[in-house]
Write a protein that binds this ligand. Structure first.
Ligand SMILES: [Zn+2]
Length: 129
């Protein structure tokens, strides 16, 4: 299964081979790029050694192409949103936590909600799951 990931604003491709590429800004205005696993529920993060990420810190997450803030403003200000497209061309909304170390991912298609990660309980109210 080869899922594609896209920016909800410019629909640019966020996945290159086995990484999702996102731009981030920390509370201390440090900017950097994160490489995330495209596998839902895998929280591997790769980054430059100079980018300090502190457990529990909230990151602003941006599209590296159009620079839109990917915050899921209509759902929760601690979640970011991207689009996933599967082999069949079906599209899903993917929500994931912007908090460093918080393992939360939701995959939404119409009223279908799938959740991944240990910390989803904090957000269940937002998806009625
Ligand atoms: Zn974009």
């Amino acid at each position: 299964m080869t899922n594609e990931y896209m920016c909800p604003y410019c629909r640019g491709q966020l996945k290159i081979e086995n990484d999702i590429v996102l731009a981030v800004r920390t509370k201390t205005e440090q900017r950097g790029v994160l490489l995330l696993s495209p596998k839902l529920g895998n929280y591997r993060v790769r980054k430059h050694a100079d980018l300090d990420l502190n457990e529990g810190e909230h990151l602003e997450v941006f599209c590296p192409m159009c620079h839109s803030n990917l915050k899921a403003i209509n759902v929760n200000s601690d979640l970011a949103e991207v689009i996933m497209k599967d082999d069949n061309g079906d599209e899903y909304q993917i929500f994931f936590s912007e908090i460093v170390g918080e393992h939360v991912t939701f995959k939404i298609h119409d009223s279908d909600v799938e959740s991944y990660g240990d910390d989803t309980g904090n957000y269940m109210n937002y998806f009625g799951a």
